[in-house]
Design a protein around this ligand. Sequence first.
Ligand SMILES: [Zn+2]
Length: 448
Amino acid sequence: MLILHDAVTVVRADGTEGPADVVVSQGRVAAVTAPGAGGSAAQSLAPDEPVERLSVAGCVLTPGLVNAHHHLLQTAFRTLPGTRGVPMRDWLPTMAAAYAAVGVDPESTGIAARAGLAEALLSGVTTVADHHLTWPAGADSVGMARATADAALSLGARLVFVRGTARDAAGPAAESAEAIVEALLPGASGGVTADGLLQVAVGPAGVHSDGRETFELLGEVAARHGLRRRTQANEQVDVEIAAERYGRRPLDLLEEWGWLAPDVTIAHLCAVTDAEIDRLTAAGVTATHAPGCDVPMGWGVAPVARLLAAGIRVGLGTSGGGSNDAGHLLADARLAMQVSGLVGPQLPARTALEMATAGSADGLGRPDLGRIAVGAAADIAAWDVTGAADAGVADPVAGLLWASPGRRPRHVLVAGRPVVEDGRLTSADERAIVRDLEDLLRRRTGGS
Ligand SMILES: [Zn+2]
């Protein structure tokens, strides 16, 4: 039993806010009480359980953030020369050459993921959906998935490993997805381990890179195991290639290939028409907004307010280090607010925060995540709002997003376990994680 006490305010799933104690037991939120009443609540819930207390004085408590769209491998390839200010057609081969130079295998995948996941936890992200798209011919795909899962497990993060494809042969990709499910989720149902810490999903990169057979075969794996499906659509190149190759719009193809459905989440969705938004709503699709990738890549701004108004659940993702050099989801929630006014009404801070938490979780089929409510997973971030950058802030929840870009939380819990305390990882040395990645890159690319 753990009691978080003295919060400035707690952002709760029912929309209420205010000072409160949060009582955590067995990985879940057991009670949210009036300030000072956590102790007696803990006593009546489980009189025999030992009680620990953690002061969160000066902090706003939010659910742990859920990054619905990341490519953790790209953590090793940030600010790569030749990938900025260039069209996607040039970006793709430059990234591919960098992957080939380093070599993508279980070791490099695991070390890059560990750095990306450390960054996630240190910035208040407790769940990361890693859409892994790079599978060299003959790669040990189960080993790569397992290395990513081990990285998450060792740091205490929640992981959704998305077995992606990008021009992979359809049959072997589906076989690999099947093998990854069996290796990572033995005996699990619905694509999630019993403790909820590890989930597997499938996800072709998009109609620009993968054909009908890949979508269909991965769809079959998903149906067999109850996995969520994830893809990307309407980045610029996606629209261009769909027009060139098929004379169609990406969403037409996804619909025809069985991928407009309630278990599917589509990332990016720039430049969708009103008629397309209606089709997405009718299909029950969920979406992931990724402005930290879309804006620097020049793809435009997804019409998030229109998607939300149409009843579509929208989450938030950073995408990978190859386009968005940061994995800081709260910073991207701020960016989402900043650019929203270019394509519609400005998103309010609480809407952006909701996208980064429950919105992302719902797209993953995880109503247990992304909210502070009794029974929900105790994934919680405590953000200190007492520093100079927060001085004069009238609304601490709006200030959380608008003020102090790049802020880091003081404490982070995943399943009730502290994974960040006083701004430091509890289970690893941040510097050692960085060193391991730098050593790997030096070793693999022939540097000294
Ligand atoms: Zn992406």
